[in-house]
Design a protein around this ligand. Sequence first.
Ligand code: 9Z3
Length: 411
Amino acid sequence: MSASESLQAEDAYFSSNAPPKQLAAHTALAEAFISQHAAANRRVVLVTSGGTTVPLEKNTVRFIDVCQASLLASPQASSLAVFYVLIDWDGVVKEIVLKVTSPSTQNFSAGTRGATSAEYFLSAGYAVIFLHRQFSLLPYSRHYSHSTDCLLDLLEEDSDGRVAVRPSDSDRILDVLRKYQSARRNNMLLLLPFVTIGDYLHELRAVARLMAPLGSSGLLYLAAAVSDFFVPPERLSEHKIQSTNIVEKLYPKDAPSPSPQIEDEETFDNFDASPRVPRSKRLIIDLDPVPKFLKSLVEGWAPLGMIVSFKLETDPRILVHKARYSLERYQHHLVIGNLLSTRKWEVVFVAPNRDDQWLRVARHGGWGDAEGRPLRPDEVPEGDPEQEIEALIIPAVAKLHDDHIAKSKQR
Ligand code: 9Z3
């Protein structure tokens, strides 16, 4: 696609997909945040985190999101397969509707990578705009949220009937609390939530454009798991997709008023994937590809900033190849490759004019190299199994950012 064609696709996408309601408010917050930190000569990073949803209706009850395969699939399949699941607004998984083997279509992410990275960026002195999926993990609170380390389990009632932290947990909570309060006190962390793929793209474009004046000291770190497919607005159903023909029965074209005859409503199971179910009775979802905007980040939205994107794969044999392809195609400064199954322990840095660099932290068992071969024992890192890989990723990214800034000063 030529540059002008991709510009046209971009314009068409943004003019036909409405921005999120909170875009103006978010833009104002981001603008104030960026100018405050630019005035203090501080580096600013935009961290994107968590997965985007794909709504199936304008009044959205159903949407597509993705769960991690291990929750749904057999152990043999878990390293390869990821499933789109259809989820009701109340979070009830209705049914698996598609099996996909292309990992870039998936959205299982809890936001661990983004939330953890944001903390390490803050420790490295960056001001952080955290563009995240609503209700996904947040920096600092991630340590005590969801099912891991529920905050209530760390509290107790003291002899005066007051709530206190259990002494055995006090030190580790204090450490997190101090960092959190310092970030808040100094206005170092701006939280901007999104839900759908459309929200995400509008917000990304707006914030990236606001960061353009920062020049090379702006950093975009794109860790969100972004859906590759969506339903364009002209094909979105206005109301909840029905699993019966009730609307046609009540409002046939030639009938002026609703018929009360709903007892004979024909019901059928829209989600039954059995081949015996006729096609006419299935819910068939037809998705368009999301236009590729990653190049626009470099060419149009934030042309001088450093852009780091993540590449996710499940097949170790193609990870590095795909990361390099992304690097060349989108002209980003660094692509960090990771595998679904080992993303918490190893990543590979793929950047122009340098060798691929693997970063690894200690873990138990199951190592593989880029070709899927087990590592030799001397290649398996030893050390603290609690160490987070972001403790290695962020200093390495910050170092490349130093080089990026230095290079742009020479120009
Ligand atoms: C990633 O690869 C992230 O590291 C993960 C983090 C989503 C794996 P978690 O939130 O997972 O810690 O559970 N993000 C990028 C995924 C993505 O959609 N990449 C696109 C692709 O691979 C390019 S932008 O094609």
